[in-house]
Design a protein around this ligand. Structure first.
Ligand code: NZQ
Ligand code: ZN
Length: 379
């Protein structure tokens, strides 16, 4: 086990009706809020109305920015930051899924630090401050509500990348599983895949951290047991709550303590598909994980078998890969590009961008030749 610092400053409010606590928390942070949301789902599931009421009751002035897209774009972040700066806001309130909250994290930095979002994302500029951020989560998937990461894409540089900085931790996150009851079947499935994938990224990181390993296994077991039940009963509060908490735990640092890092190769590969075809994040992961494990049969064989034995009671690499693939399929998430509407004729484009962006993991770097093989495996 390597040395580590355990740190997570997010005040996470979990459960039915917790948004009632938002107003007083916001009042402690500021007087003028930039309220950020996406394409309108929050207007239908009550989360927007509840948040707005809380802010208004405290006399907090509100400026709105909506229209954040899934696979969020840097230009929307810059525009939101411009509007927020002009209005002189002193905090950011995000209502939505990972795309909205990730965008809000960078908006909060750009307003406070008057800087360029892509320079921040690429590490060219090191910001010194961020406005306080309140997140109201409406989709269980990314873990962004309790971590310090944001993922954005840039059409000009042809990249979708993540950026981590302690400044990005939300001050408060409100997780009411009720808001997630309206998430449709496809995005519910992608969210479950995402939480499994985050656990796997930690599992395939380097370093000996047995407790973190056991936490990973427990989180994936929650998804294996309750994910399929939820897919058959989308409005079940109890199941929504279990999946929501599992998704938070899958990427709030807990699974990384004692390791050097996670791997994150499958995420980097998946981002290429999201960039090129606007494929939902979770769908890119269910496509790439079985393919990536097949590619790494020799290099990561023992770790793959250990997973298979703990999770599925199987004892070979092939059976483990088949078990994951059939699990992802059972949820309704694609395991081949064709199932996500991506045609075979696109192989060369995918490979070109994968190589150009050097999509690979921290623990298992990939050669161009291996990426070429991967492109064959995902069709
Ligand atoms: O735009 P609206 O109308 O809000 O609709 C959204 C969107 O179409 C909808 N939705 C959200 N909550 C809903 C709902 N529909 C009905 N009822 C609700 N309660 O769902 C769609 C997808 O939303 P999005 O926010 O894009 O999904 P998700 O939460 O999966 O976020 C994905 C983004 O997060 C990044 C991904 O790369 C992707 O860009 N990630 C962020 C991470 C992080 N910050 O730590 C880590 C992850 O690995 C991931 O990379
Ligand atoms: Zn993810």
């Amino acid at each position: 086990m390597i040395n580590f610092l355990a740190f997570n400053p997010v005040k996470l409010h979990f459960g039915k009706g917790v948004v009632k606590e938002l107003g007083s928390c916001a009042n402690d942070l500021g007087k003028k809020a930039l309220l950020v949301y996406g394409g309108g789902s929050v207007l239908r599931n009550g989360s927007y109305k509840d948040t707005l009421e809380q802010l208004k009751d405290q006399g907090i002035a509100i400026t709105e920015f909506n229209g954040i897209k899934p696979n969020p774009r840097v230009e929307d972040v810059m525009e939101a930051a411009r509007i927020g700066s002009e209005a002189g806001v002193d905090m950011v309130v995000a209502v939505g899924g990972g795309s909205v909250i990730d965008s809000a994290k960078i908006i909060a930095i750009c307003i406070a630090d008057n800087c360029d979002a892509w320079e921040v994302m690429t590490g060219k500029y090191a910001p010194a401050s961020a406005l306080p951020l309140i997140a109201v989560l409406t989709l269980a998937a990314t873990g962004t509500e309790m971590n310090a990461v944001a993922v954005l894409q840039n059409g000009e540089t042809r990249e979708k990348i993540g950026y981590r900085n302690d400044l990005e931790y939300p001050a408060h996150s409100f997780l009411d599983p009720t808001y997630t009851q309206s998430v449709p079947a496809d995005y519910t499935a992608y969210g479950i895949v995402d939480l499994v994938a985050h656990s796997l990224e930690a599992w395939f990181g380097s370093g000996d951290a047995t407790l973190s390993d056991r936490i990973v296994i427990s989180i994936i077991k929650e998804a294996l047991e309750y994910g399929p039940e939820l897919m058959n009963d989308l409005e079940n509060y109890k199941l929504r709550a279990k999946i929501m908490w599992a998704a938070t735990m899958a990427l709030n640092n807990t699974t990384i303590y004692g390791r050097v890092s996670g791997d994150w190769g499958v995420h980097a590969l998946g981002h290429v598909l999201s960039f090129l075809y606007d494929t939902p994040h979770g769908a890119t992961l269910s496509i790439f994980y079985p393919a990536w494990m097949s590619l790494l049969k020799d290099r990561a064989g023992e770790r793959i078998i250990q997973l298979g034995s703990e999770l599925f009671g199987v004892d070979t690499v092939d059976e483990t890969i088949a078990s994951f693939a059939s699990y992802f399929k059972s949820l309704g998430s694609p395991v081949r590009c064709q199932e996500a509407g991506i045609e075979e004729t696109t192989k060369a484009d995918i490979l070109e961008l994968m190589n150009r962006n050097r999509a690979e993991g921290l623990n298992y770097p990939l050669s161009d030749k291996e990426r070429e093989k991967l492109v064959e495996y995902i069709f």
